[in-house]
Write a protein of this length. Structure first.
Length: 250
């Protein structure tokens, strides 16, 4: 009986320690991840990153990110390149113990994107070039994300994203080529699937590059179409003015 009582006491004690550990992790994990995003992230994209809050559900494998802002490269005057009000993430919890983290879904709601510059040179192209140069050499200015040395000799974990969706996005356009002409345009939904699924996963830099390429491509398309509309409207206006002046001189 004494042995059973001792085992029972030990079991209850261990269970209590596990519960306490989970509570401690739940309390501090959000802050740890937030710190990682705002310290490692800028080394990947080479622009400032700020984050209001992140909440992680350990057992459910879900996370909510609020107020994520990607700054602009040096030389650009607009406040930010990308601002995300809310993003929801669903992760396969068991995959956290493997070499590849499986993300079931990422849903970004109503982000704001700033396009500053011209069609051949702008803030989004600059960030994309930063990412391209980073993935081309296969190393990162942030050793903790890719290099074995930073992970105790072990290769960094790869990431798979099954479903990535951006909805309700808006693009704030500031065109230097048209005298700083400004406008706000809706961006069609961006939907990507099976990122890194058939390749053993992607590094954080590769994944960021894929997503940012899609954002840049979609943004450039709507801006190009809008510039065409602006140019046509300007041409029509000039034609009307010229016709009016011609009538006056006649």
């Amino acid at each position: 009986m004494k042995i059973k009582k001792i085992l029972w006491t030990v079991g209850v004690g261990l269970l209590a320690l596990v519960v306490i550990a989970l509570i401690v992790v739940a309390l501090f994990l959000d802050g740890i991840v937030k710190t990682g995003i705002v310290t490692v992230g800028p080394k990947i994209v080479q622009v400032p990153i700020t984050l209001d809050s992140i909440h992680i559900g350990i057992l459910s494998g879900s996370a909510k990110v609020k107020g994520l802002v990607l700054g602009n490269p040096e030389g650009y005057k607009t406040p930010f390149a990308v601002s995300v009000g809310l993003a929801e993430v669903s992760v396969d919890v068991a995959s956290a113990l493997s070499d590849k983290i499986v993300v079931h879904s990422i849903h970004v709601e109503s982000p704001e994107i700033t396009f500053e510059g011209g069609l051949t040179g702008n803030n989004l192209f600059k960030i994309r070039d930063n990412l391209s140069s980073l993935t081309a050499v296969g190393t990162s200015t942030a050793p903790s994300t890719n290099t074995p040395a930073a992970t105790g000799g072990k290769p960094a974990k790869k990431i798979e994203v099954d479903d990535f969706l951006i909805t309700g996005a808006k693009v704030h356009v500031s065109l230097t080529g048209l005298g700083g002409h400004e406008m706000t345009l809706p961006l069609p939904d961006i939907h990507l699937t099976d990122l890194g699924k058939d390749t053993g996963g992607l590094t954080p830099a590769d994944l960021t590059g894929r997503i940012f390429d899609a954002i840049t491509t979609g943004t450039l398309k709507v801006v190009t179409e809008s510039v065409g509309d602006v140019g046509k409207a300007a041409t029509d206006s000039l034609h009307k003015i010229s016709s009016g002046l011609g009538g006056m001189f006649k």
